[in-house]
Design a protein around this ligand. Structure first.
Ligand SMILES: Cc1ncc(COP(=O)(O)O)c(C=O)c1O
Length: 397
C-alpha cells in the first residue's frame, strides 16, 4: 500500500473548536495584558488537524444528521482489544473494558469508588495536577512520593514508597505511565516493583497510560504485561485522546481484570449515570484504533523532530535551562533552578512581555517549583518562533 503523506506543518484553525489553549478570553483571564499574538505552549493538546479517517467518520455521521443515544457496541470492544494486542502486546478481555467520560472524571469516580473521606491516595510527584485535585475535591489526603532526579531522568524512591505505604496505608496508588510531566517511560521491572509494594500493603495499583501512544524512543510497557498474580489489584486507565488529539470528545475507558474491583467501580459509574456514551467519542476511538495507526506513527516522527530541535536549541541558547530526558509524548519538562528564578517568576513575565505561554511547575501537585513545561505538539514554524521569543526574553530578563 502507498504511504500517505500527512501535513503536520499545517495548523488546524483553533478558533473553530474554541480551543482553551488558544482562546484569548481564557488567556487574558489567566495572564492579563498578554499580547494578542502570543504563542500558547501550555494546555496539552496538539495543533494538527486530526487523522483524515476520523474526520471522514464524523462527517458521515453529520451528513446523516442523527445524534441519538448510543452504547458501547461490539466494534468498540473489538477495536480496543485489537489495538492493545497489536500495538502493545496486551491480552485484554472484553469484560475487562468499561467505557467512561474522560480519564480525569474517571479518576474522580475511582477515588469515590474505593476511598472513604480522609483516607489517603499516593502518587509520584511532580505529577499531572488532577491526580491530586481530584483527591482533594473528594476529601482525600494526598501522599507525595517525590521522584528523584538522577542525571536528568526521574527515578522512583522505593524505600520512601514502602515507608509511606506501610505507615499511611493509602487506598490507591495512582501511577502515571509514561509519566507526565517529563515523558519518562517506566521499565517493566520498575512497574513490577511498584505493583509488588502496592500488593503487599493492600493499596490498589492504578496505572494511567494515556501518554502511551507517542513513544519517541525505547518501548512502552503497559502494567497489563505484569504477571497474572498482580491482576487482582490492577486498574488501567487509557484512551486515544493524547495520541490522536481527541481530548474534547471526553471519552475514555478503563481495563480492570479483577471482577471484584470492576463491580465496585461500575457500581459507582451507575450511581452517576455514566452509561450512554458520547456518539462521536465512541466513533473516534474505533476509527483511531482501526484506521489511523500510520497517522500516529507519522505524527510521532514529527514530534520526535520537534523534540530534537528543542533539545538542541536549549543546549545552544538557554544555558540555564536543563531539559529532562523525554522518551514519550510532547511535553518537555525543564529544570530552571540554575536561572535563580522560580517557575512563576519566569512564566508570568514570559507571557506578558515575551509573548509565550508555558506551564509553571507549580501546577503539578508538588515538587515542581523549579520546573517549567513546554508543549511542542505544534507545527515546526510555530515552535521555532516560540523558542526564539523565549531566547530573547531570557537574555533580557
Ligand atoms: C496523565 C494524564 N491523565 C489524563 C489526562 C487527561 O485525560 P482526559 O482528557 O481523557 O480526561 C492527561 C492530560 O493531559 C494526562 O496528562
Amino acid at each position: 500500500m502507498m504511504k500517505v503523506e500527512y501535513q503536520f506543518d499545517k495548523m488546524a484553525d483553533r478558533t473553530i473548536d474554541h480551543a482553551r489553549k488558544w482562546d484569548q478570553k481564557i488567556i487574558q483571564s489567566k495572564y492579563p495584558g498578554t499580547p494578542k499574538d502570543c504563542i500558547p505552549m501550555w494546555i496539552a493538546d496538539m495543533d494538527f488537524p486530526a487523522a483524515p479517517p476520523i474526520n471522514e467518520a464524523f462527517m458521515k455521521i453529520a451528513q446523516n444528521g442523527a445524534y441519538g443515544y448510543t452504547y458501547a457496541y461490539d466494534e468498540f470492544y473489538e477495536a480496543v482489544i485489537n489495538w492493545h494486542k497489536r500495538r502493545h502486546g496486551n491480552q485484554v478481555q472484553k469484560e475487562w473494558i468499561t467505557l467512561s467520560y474522560g480519564t480525569v472524571s474517571t479518576i474522580h469516580y475511582l477515588y469515590q469508588a474505593f476511598c472513604q473521606t480522609n483516607e489517603a491516595v499516593i502518587m509520584n510527584t511532580p505529577v499531572y495536577d488532577p491526580f491530586s485535585y481530584a483527591a482533594k475535591h473528594n476529601g482525600l489526603q494526598v501522599i507525595a512520593n517525590t521522584l528523584k532526579n538522577v542525571n536528568g531522568r526521574y527515578e522512583i524512591d522505593y524505600a520512601l514508597l514502602e515507608e509511606q505505604l506501610r505507615t499511611k496505608r493509602p487506598r490507591v496508588f495512582l501511577f502515571c505511565s509514561p509519566h507526565n510531566p517529563s515523558g519518562r517511560v517506566w521499565h517493566i521491572e520498575e512497574i513490577e516493583q511498584v505493583a509488588k509494594l502496592c500488593q503487599k500493603y493492600g493499596t490498589i495499583f492504578v496505572s494511567d497510560e494515556v501518554h502511551a501512544e507517542i513513544i519517541l524512543s525505547g518501548k512502552f510497557v503497559s502494567a497489563l504485561q505484569l504477571p497474572k498474580e498482580y491482576h487482582d489489584n490492577l486498574i488501567v486507565l487509557t484512551s486515544p485522546n493524547k495520541g490522536f488529539n481527541l481530548g474534547g470528545l471526553k471519552t475514555s475507558y478503563s481495563i480492570i481484570p479483577s471482577e471484584k474491583l470492576r463491580q465496585v467501580f461500575r457500581h459507582r459509574l451507575e450511581m452517576n449515570s455514566i452509561t450512554s456514551p458520547n456518539l462521536f467519542g465512541v466513533v473516534g476511538i474505533i476509527t483511531a484504533y482501526n484506521q489511523c495507526e500510520d497517522w500516529l506513527d507519522a505524527m510521532t516522527d514529527y514530534i520526535r523532530e520537534n523534540y530534537h530541535y528543542t533539545k538542541e536549541f536549549i543546549e545552544q541558547n538557554l544555558p540555564n535551562w536543563e531539559l529532562m530526558e523525554m522518551t514519550a509524548s510532547y511535553l518537555p519538562w525543564i529544570d530552571i533552578s540554575k536561572t535563580g528564578k522560580t517557575a512563576l517568576e519566569i512564566v508570568e513575565p514570559l507571557a506578558k512581555i515575551g509573548g509565550v505561554i508555558i506551564e509553571p511547575g507549580t501546577n503539578y501537585a508538588s515538587d515542581g517549583e523549579n520546573f517549567v513545561r513546554l508543549n511542542i505538539g505544534t507545527p515546526k514554524e510555530v515552535l521555532v518562533e516560540a523558542l526564539e521569543r523565549i531566547k530573547i526574553f531570557m537574555a533580557q530578563n
